[in-house]
Write a new protein. Structure first.
Length: 420
């Protein structure tokens, strides 16, 4: 189904509202706003848009995981109005979005580059062959093969699906007796519309802090924008529970780190995009975990803007229409986000953040799921959250203290699940 036509050329945004059952407006509205500030926006969505309609001149409802249908719809839209650029923030849809980019001959993530990023085994092979630091790795189709691979690599190891994101099915295995259960969890993980190869990665367990670097690539030149320091929980899983961004983070001036990330983008064939690169700072030096061909999730771009003044949405749109993005930090602050997660499986009734938002240091707080949402602990769900809180402090330590105080004021009402 297609809505009423727009006049003139449009900027196509694919899957901005595709996180079903979750409130994705806080996570993605900045991108849509930036696009609408620059061009008339057309949406490709799987369902009729809701909040997204405020920023769009029209939309098409299409299966985002049907490449041929997406290309046909894009061709029809280009024939009617012309398309100046295409943006997709959804990791799961990137390969299909890239097919549109290739078909229309526009700047953006190509099909080849998307495949190189989306398949973690391909990423590992390409970066290892180029001499870019990677964990030791192999693949396995059965728990027995995974155990043999881990024996050769040396425990602990990490087992993960090749094509999923958001830590779905990623499990740390510290002892041989844990492998069968861990491999079952990993091979049971899935995401609607995303095919998962039968062979799963078994790779070296990396120690050290984990960071992410959001940056833009324009005409093949990579520019870092900001660094986020990640917090994870729920071992043996890797559930992201928070991030901290400081505007003048010295890692942005670390030539070896930035050079490694830049080289990795070149090897993977990324020439026009805003990307999110995850890196472990190991005792032997930085090691790339993965490169995502879209802006960071988890409200990290929001933290980046608060900490640096850089408009990630504007940079993303500009790079995709062939305009050199302006990346100039105008301030340096320290901001942190924390995601509040259920301690048991539940059905959400409500979240009251009235007292939370009134606290000193709290910049923003909001619900992360709708009333009635089913929230499960991992491995039932790796992204179950009922609220988020953003604070600004003098440093990371003060931010953590502010978040602790703020979390205690959140009032959660829920119904326990009978099968919990």
């Amino acid at each position: 189904m297609t809505s009423q036509p727009a006049r003139g050329q449009v900027f196509l945004v694919v899957g901005i509202g595709s996180h079903k059952g979750r409130d994705n407006r806080p996570y993605r509205e900045y991108l849509l706003r930036a696009a609408a500030d620059r061009h008339p926006v057309w949406l490709f969505e799987e369902d009729e848009p809701t909040w997204q309609s405020d920023y769009a001149v029209g939309h098409t409802v299409v299966d985002l995981f049907d490449t041929d249908a997406m290309i046909r719809a894009a061709g029809e839209l280009a024939g009617r109005h012309g398309i100046v650029g295409v943006l997709c923030p959804d990791e799961a849809v990137l390969r299909h979005y890239a097919a549109i980019v290739d078909h229309l001959g526009l700047p953006g993530l190509t099909v080849a580059a998307a495949a190189n990023c989306r398949d973690k085994m391909t990423t590992r092979r390409l970066l290892t062959a180029a001499g870019i630091a990677q964990p030791g790795f192999t693949t396995a189709r059965t728990a027995r093969e995974a155990h043999e691979a881990a024996r050769k690599l040396g425990y602990p190891v990490v087992v993960k699906p090749r094509t999923l994101g958001a830590s779905y099915g990623v499990v740390a295995v510290h002892r041989p007796e844990e492998m069968t259960g861990a491999f079952t969890v990993s091979t049971s993980a899935g995401y609607p519309g995303v095919p998962v190869p039968e062979d799963h990665l078994v790779e070296e367990f990396l120690t050290g802090p984990e960071i992410s670097v959001d940056g833009t690539v324009f005409d093949g030149r990579y520019t870092p924008m900001f660094v986020a320091h990640k917090r994870v929980a729920d071992a043996p899983y890797f559930v992201e529970v928070g991030h901290t961004v400081t505007g003048d983070d010295p890692l942005l001036r670390d030539a070896s780190l930035v050079g490694m990330v830049e080289d990795a983008h070149r090897v993977l064939g990324i020439t026009h995009a805003t990307t999110h690169t995850e890196v472990k700072l190991t005792p032997r030096g930085p090691v790339i975990v993965e490169i995502n061909g879209r802006p960071g999730g988890d409200l990290i771009p929001r933290l980046g803007e608060l900490a640096t003044g850089i408009d990630v949405g504007a940079a993303s749109v500009d790079a995709l229409v062939g305009r050199a993005p302006s990346i100039v930090a105008t301030r340096s602050k320290t901001v942190s986000i924390r995601f509040l997660r259920p301690e048991r499986d539940l059905i959400l009734r409500s979240v009251d953040l009235t007292r939370t938002v009134a606290l000193p240091g709290v910049v923003e707080a909001g619900p992360a799921a709708y009333p009635g949402a089913v929230l499960r602990c991992p491995p039932g769900d790796y992204q179950a959250r009922y609220a988020y809180i953003i604070v600004e402090g003098a440093d990371e330590k003060e931010c953590a203290e502010l978040l602790d105080r703020a979390e205690r004021t959140v009032e959660l009402d829920f119904e326990p699940l009978d099968d919990a």
